[in-house]
Structures are given as structure tokens and as C-alpha cells.
Design a protein around this ligand. Structure first.
Ligand SMILES: C[S@@+](CC[C@H](N)C(=O)[O-])C[C@H]1O[C@@H](n2cnc3c(N)ncnc32)[C@H](O)[C@@H]1O
Length: 247
């Protein structure tokens, strides 16, 4: 199971540094590129994630953390669903400072009730069993060690707590996969590179998706890490998969 392996990076430390620097470079244009390149469907994927963790958000006094939160779209969606009524405390974390700055500005602009902190997802500054819910959208694939990532997520969740992992995937239908691969490998690096000035980020994206475990494998890895009730659903023809599991 290993982790992400950006070209030219040797070992987990270098992979993580490469990922952090790359996201730092694209942070100012990340939202624009994201929404344009996904034709805005990314909003629906996050909305689905929020609807699946809704029972957790409705637990009185619940604490929910979105790791690898980037510019904070999922943090905002979680905070909006928790109603700002104090039903759940919503947090976001990321190890890329420019991403957190963008997230902080957006949260302030919208007057949302959510707090952010800077942290590596593999070493969260949280006590064991301190969260009711943990989400991650398009961040897990970038971790330098997936097994360590699952262990850390499992560690910080309370028994009965829920993890939701939203991540890109390979569509199971061969014809659709061919079409999607043409888009993601040929067009996306050009358009993403043009929008953000960092073509390497959008060459890395389809490469990292290709190397990422299949939904079935990830579900198995989650079970091995100790999660129960593991299930997944493919979204948009399998471009994306949403995995859920309970501690
Ligand atoms: C593709 S972005 C996704 C951002 C956001 N979750 C979204 O849905 O748009 C991936 C984010 O994961 C963060 N990230 C990657 N590896 C991380 C790690 N080990 N610890 C914390 N954040 C990490 C990056 O800094 C980046 O902001």
C-alpha cells in the first residue's frame, strides 16, 4: 500500500515536501482551476460527502475534522450543514500554509463557524479517540504513506466515529475510462497548467490517481486498519469514490 510517489521524489519525506510545495504554488488559483476543470461537479461530490456524515454532524457536541482541507470548501459545507447552531464543532487542517490562508479568508468572508490549524495529516496534534467524524476530500491520495494515514484517522476517531474519504478513482467502464483518461492526461495538464502556472501539478494529478489503490483495495485497507462497516460508492461514473468507515 505505500503512498504517493511524485516523479523525482525519493522517500516519504521528499514526497511530502514536493506535495506541500506544489500545493503552495497553486493555492491562489486552486479554486478557479478546481471548479473549471471539474465543470463544478466537485461541489456535488462534497455535498454527497456532507450528506453521508450528516448523522455525525447532528450528534450534540460532536467534533468533526476535515484533514487536507485545502482552501476549505468541505470545511464550509460541513459548517453550513451543522447549522452554526453549535450542534457540531467543525475544524479544518492542512500542512500547506498558503492553502490555510485561503481557507481562513473564505471562512471569514462567509461568516462560517469553523476553526483551522496547520498540521501534517500523518501526525495530527489530537488525542486518541477525540473526534466523532473525520473527512478528507482529494487529499488522502497525496499522503506519503496511506497505511499510516489510515492508522492516524482511526486513532483520532472515537469508537462509533465515522471517516469519509472522497478521492479520485479510475472509472470501471472501459469506454468511459478511455474518454476520462484522454481528458485527464492530455487536456487537464494543459488547462490546469495554464490556469495556475504549474503544469507539473496537473501532470501529477492523473499520475497519482493511476497509482492510487482501487476502491475495492482501499476498502480492504480500511478494514485492515480496523475500520468497521466499510463501504464505498462510485460517483460520476467512477471518476470519484467515496469511502465510509466506522471506528
Ligand atoms: C487536492 S487538495 C484538496 C483540498 C480540499 N480538500 C478540496 O477538496 O478541495 C489536497 C490538499 O491536501 C493537502 N495535503 C496533502 N498531503 C498532506 C499531509 N500529509 N498533511 C496535511 N495536508 C496534506 C495539500 O496541502 C492540499 O491542500
Amino acid at each position: 500500500m505505500k503512498g504517493t510517489t511524485p516523479q523525482g521524489a525519493h522517500g516519504e519525506q521528499e514526497a511530502a515536501s514536493w506535495v506541500r510545495a506544489m500545493f503552495g504554488r497553486i493555492a491562489p488559483r486552486y479554486d478557479l482551476a478546481n471548479h473549471l476543470l471539474s465543470f463544478n461537479i466537485d461541489r456535488l461530490w462534497r455535498a454527497r460527502t456532507v450528506s453521508r456524515v450528516r448523522p455525525i454532524l447532528e450528534r450534540p457536541g460532536a467534533r468533526v475534522l476535515d484533514i487536507c482541507c485545502g482552501t476549505g470548501d468541505l470545511v464550509l459545507a460541513l459548517a453550513q450543514r451543522s447549522g452554526g447552531s453549535g450542534a457540531a464543532a467543525v475544524f479544518g487542517s492542512d500542512f500547506c500554509h498558503p492553502m490555510l490562508v485561503a481557507a481562513g479568508e473564505k471562512i471569514a468572508r462567509r461568516g462560517a463557524n469553523a476553526r483551522l490549524f496547520e498540521s501534517d495529516a500523518l501526525r495530527l496534534p489530537l488525542a486518541d479517540a477525540s473526534l466523532d467524524g473525520l473527512t478528507v476530500a482529494f487529499g488522502f491520495r497525496n499522503l506519503a504513506n496511506y497505511e499510516a494515514g489510515l492508522r492516524e484517522i482511526h486513532r483520532v476517531l472515537r469508537p462509533g466515529g465515522m471517516a469519509a474519504i472522497l478521492e479520485f478513482s479510475q472509472p470501471p467502464n472501459a469506454a468511459f475510462a478511455a474518454l476520462y483518461n484522454f481528458y485527464s492526461r492530455r487536456l487537464l495538464p494543459r488547462i490546469g497548467g495554464w490556469l495556475t502556472g504549474s503544469p507539473d501539478a496537473y501532470t501529477y494529478l492523473p499520475e497519482s490517481v493511476r497509482k492510487f489503490p482501487s476502491p475495492l483495495e482501499l476498502a480492504e485497507d480500511m478494514r485492515r486498519a480496523g475500520f468497521r462497516q466499510v463501504r464505498f460508492e462510485r460517483l460520476t461514473g467512477g471518476i470519484v469514490a467515496l469511502h465510509l468507515g466506522e471506528r
